[in-house]
Design a protein around this ligand. Structure first.
Ligand code: AKG
Length: 280
């Protein structure tokens, strides 16, 4: 659970780093699935590619919790992940997106300054990055403009304001407000930078925003009891997160994780646009 000081700092600056949040053994498990998915040469849906040095690299994987061997679903069941989501978004938090971002040395693709949503949010929503590799200033660290989540300036104005780089080590978690202006650069020396992202909203906010259908919201909410069940099966002796959702009993699950995953990810959804500066 985040302390009140951590929550205060998140609210003030728009981001919060949690050091050593994920045990290294678990980081290694996540690295293994990232390596498997990024090395799969057969084309599969929900990935972004970049081509350089005569090779195709997978730089993004959407819906990563649905990919076998379900290590990312297990990560979603980690008590530390769910406690952070609950601390910021309240007991009725929903995991709206799960995806991977992978950077490689040699790539010329930077992530330009942007906010993850187009308009000022009225409630609480976060992007959570679980770092599987170190990311220092010139090695793909996220750059952020502190307090920009509260600013009324446009992203084109914000991107010229002073920024800081948030240095991360593998196993650290970084959360940021969806309105925080952020970007990231290239790797100069390190080979790779892998980040697992979960986006969380409170049910109240997501319902108010009307971006997603009720069916989609219901499906995504079911991901939490499923992640908890899967985490418990894989870690029978570990402490578990207690899901306090007001309607927890309304999300029954069968014993078949693959069947449930297919059902959850079959719910259609719109991709909500991020806010970039376009100078025409
Ligand atoms: O991990 C990064 O470098 C930034 C990714 C990001 O901001 C995004 O996918 O919206």
């Amino acid at each position: 659970m985040l302390s009140s000081l951590q929550i205060e700092s998140f609210n003030q600056f728009g981001f919060l780093k949690i050091n050593n949040a994920i045990p290294q053994l678990f980081v290694n498990k996540l690295r293994a699935i990232f390596d498997k998915l990024t090395n799969e040469t057969s084309s599969f849906e929900e990935v972004c590619f970049e081509e350089f040095g005569n090779k195709k690299y997978i730089t993004g994987i959407d819906n990563i919790c649905s990919k076998l061997p379900f290590s990312c679903l297990e990560a979603l069941g980690l008590p530390v992940v769910l406690e952070i989501a609950e601390s910021i978004c309240g007991v009725n938090f929903i995991p709206i997106q799960d995806f991977a971002v992978v950077k490689y040395r040699g790539s010329r693709n930077v992530v330009e300054w942007h906010q993850d949503v187009m308009s000022k949010q009225s409630g609480k929503a976060i992007m959570m990055g679980i770092y599987l590799d170190d990311a220092s200033e010139n090695e793909g660290a996220l750059k952020v403009i502190p307090e920009s989540h509260k600013s009324s300036k446009t992203i084109c104005e914000l991107q010229n304001e002073p920024h800081i780089s948030i240095e991360m080590q593998s196993g650290d978690i970084l959360i940021h407000d969806l309105m925080l202006a952020h970007s990231s650069g290239l790797l100069n020396q390190n080979e790779i930078r892998r980040v697992l992202y979960f986006e969380f909203f409170s049910t109240e906010q997501i319902t108010k925003e009307r971006i997603y259908s009720d069916e989609f919201i219901y499906s995504r909410t079911r991901l939490i009891p499923l992640a908890l069940k899967y985490y418990r099966e894989q870690n029978p002796d570990s402490e578990l997160f207690t899901w306090k959702n007001d309607f927890a009993s309304e999300y029954p699950l069968s014993a078949d994780v693959k069947y449930e995953i297919d059902l959850i990810y079959s719910a259609s959804h719109k991709v909500k646009p991020a806010n970039y500066c376009f100078n025409f």
